[in-house]
Design a protein around this ligand. Structure first.
Ligand code: C5P
Length: 208
């Protein structure tokens, strides 16, 4: 069974993906980490994040095992990830790896922005997870402050809006729900409620 979860930043899709993978005993790939790793590698090497050829070359060799996840989760790397993610060459370089993961024997859970539309349009279950931007900014602010970053909630809100715009307006694989995705709005849901709703959707699909 392939379960894909697309949606906006800090909507709760990452937590949901991890929990669903555990619940169904499936491997999980957070595809955002791939774009974050490309951005981090480019920053480390002093490569311009808009240099498509150089960033695509880094993407072709990217291995998440070479990175400490905490270094990839910062706000700066998140913004950088959305810049390199708009480069077609980077997306093409990361395509095969993601597709192979999705089609592992036994299935997989993947979360990102274009998984249901581009990477695995044949997935058994497609979820689109979103929440009001103010609520997402509140969650992200708490997460970043907890990681020791000195940010204000207003600055986080502005960054999220900028990232949403860049992710949904790019030409190549823009962030959008697949036509057959089931929508989950987590604005007024806690992680347990969100998980219960997702399991309901998966079980309904399995019965068919
Ligand atoms: O989900 P996360 O915030 O870690 O993703 C970082 C950035 O990577 C996103 O803002 C988006 O630009 C990009 N991304 C993407 N396609 C995916 C996953 C992430 O373009 N499948």
């Amino acid at each position: 069974m392939i379960i894909v979860i697309d949606g906006t930043t800090s909507s709760g899709k990452g937590t949901l993906a991890k929990r669903l993978a555990k619940h169904y005993g499936l491997p999980h790939l957070d595809t955002g980490l791939l774009y974050r790793a490309v951005a981090k590698a480019a920053m480390n090497a002093g490569v311009d994040l808009r240099d498509e050829a150089a960033c695509a070359a880094l993407a072709a060799d990217i291995d998440l095992a070479d990175f400490d996840e905490r270094d990839l989760r910062t706000a700066g790397v998140g913004t950088g990830a959305s810049v390199v993610a708009a480069l077609g060459g980077v997306r093409r370089a990361l395509f095969a790896l993601q597709r192979k993961f999705a089609h592992r024997k036994g299935g997989a859970v993947l979360d990102g922005r274009d998984i249901g539309t581009v990477i695995a349009p044949d997935a058994d279950v497609k979820l689109w997870v979103d929440a009001d931007v103010e609520e997402r900014a509140r969650r992200r602010f708490l997460e970043l402050s907890g990681m020791g970053e000195s940010v204000t909630q207003h600055a986080v809100l502005m960054q999220l809006k900028e990232r949403d715009a860049r992710d949904s307006q790019r030409q190549d694989a823009p962030m959008k729900p697949a036509d057959d995705a089931v929508w989950i709005d987590t604005t007024r849901m806690n992680p347990d409620e969100c998980m219960a709703k997702a399991i309901e959707v998966v079980e309904a699909k399995r019965k068919r």
